[in-house]
Design a binder for this molecule. Sequence first.
Ligand SMILES: *Cc1c(COP(=O)(O)O)cnc(C)c1O
Length: 435
Amino acid sequence: MPNLLNDNSWLDFEKTHLWHPYAPLEGALPPLPVKHAQGVHLTLEDGRKLIDGMSSWWSVIHGYNHPVLNDALKEQMDKMAHVMFGGLTHRPAAELAARLVKLTPEPLERVFLCDSGSVSVEVAIKMAIQYWHANGRPDKQRMLTIRRGYHGDTCGAMAVCDPETGMHHLFTHMLSEHFFAEAPTVVNDADWQDEDIAGFRDLIEAHHDEIAAVILEPIVQGAGGMRFYAPEYLRQIRALCDSHKVLLIADEIATGFGRTGTLFACEQAGISPDIMCLGKAITGGYMTLAAVLTTAEISTTISTNPPKAFMHGPTFMANPLACAVANASIDLLLDSPWQERIAAMSKAFDHHLLPCRSWDGVADVRIKGGIGVLELNQPVRMAAITRRFVDKGIWIRPFGKLVYVMPPYVISEEELNSLLTAMTETVAEELAASA
Ligand SMILES: *Cc1c(COP(=O)(O)O)cnc(C)c1O
């Protein structure tokens, strides 16, 4: 079949036929057509070039069109693009598992590779439930989590997202009911107050007989509100899980691979979870892939008790292309001065964003590693602010009251200054225009 869509007619077609994330199909702000992407730049079909402040949702840490990642993918492609993982295996998957076991905190050593972050959360929840079932505790099936969390869009994952921003009321009969503690408020250990965890403690004390696992995003709550919390909170949760026989699932899908300044955010609290989910930056933004790591004890318990199998197995499990590019991306990360790069980003955020704290209309400024957040008093006007960003040559996608950046780690000092100058100028203009 020849091209059905000529010239620019593909844009008209896509407007009426293609869904985009969290958007209506009709009447949405038209998406910007990207022709190619290189380093930290997105080039639009009309030739405009934007500095990317989003890393395509945390994932493109090495920048776009990276020669090392391109080569890894091409090399694997010439061997095999895919083969089923049931009954067959391949070197790229084993190589990836070895890397993940080596990098993640100590007792995590068994690896399940799956397609996306949301699926890895489903896998983690099922693992926790199967573990307790195998231990003769089939009554432990519920999760305990904290409000303001985000864990993905499939039903199991949605059920542990924040009930309000996750719009649980739309899906009441679909979603399992879990326990929700108030979100933590203390940001630094120095300001720690026991009150911050009181509600969580009450819930785990009252319901641990029904709870299979606590699931949370360590240190940084991402898509649920870009909030940061004290490592002490996480340490106390680890201790409460241990004393109440509840597993701890750390969803490091957004925080993993260096974004917060440590390779994994759990390291900032010096704890390790029983189950860890990884995704997003795992392939440097090239392919969809996620991983669930767990301990030998959990995997052995599941494997040696009926049904003597872990009951999950996606068609594209451990896709060789995705594994090969993940291996290359992890090596590239470890061979790079990523800590210095994250520290330099943090410093630039301090310089450009902290002064916004005193602005009328700015509720809060939050900075953690390679994440810089302006929280406004009012939701932004998406069409207007997006137009201003693009006119200034940057790509930032706010949500609600949050205007935030998490640039590729390879962004240069000059590009970062341009990005942040344009970001703060735009926010100032928007605040003035909407005042
Ligand atoms: C993005 C994200 C997910 C979901 O991952 P997908 O690949 O979009 O399914 C889950 N948890 C966290 C913390 C995330 O940031």
